[in-house]
Design a protein around this ligand. Sequence first.
Ligand SMILES: [Zn+2]
Length: 110
Amino acid sequence: MLPNYRRCISCRKVASKEAFWRIVRVYPSGQLQLDLGMGRSAYLCPEQECLKAAQKKNRLGKALRARVPQEIYQTLWERLGAVSPGSATRTQETPPAGPGDLSPKQPDCR
Ligand SMILES: [Zn+2]
């Protein structure tokens, strides 16, 4: 394996580390965070399937030997532009801007 190559914790695909999300258990606080920090790291493809598997099978938690807070998954789902499975509400309709809210301006001259 080339030095800058990493393996996805879900599908085990190998690619350069820039291709993955990095989840770090920061030393010494033990906090999990994304992208930055020194400590034990896990890598994950920015893909729904890999994220789903990492969450469902606790691959992330096992790889990092830490409890993964829900916010971490939440952030990753948001990065994918997807709603986390279970709360799939994708009805966002913005009503067209009608002419009703255009109040006429009072001229301020005397
Ligand atoms: Zn993967």
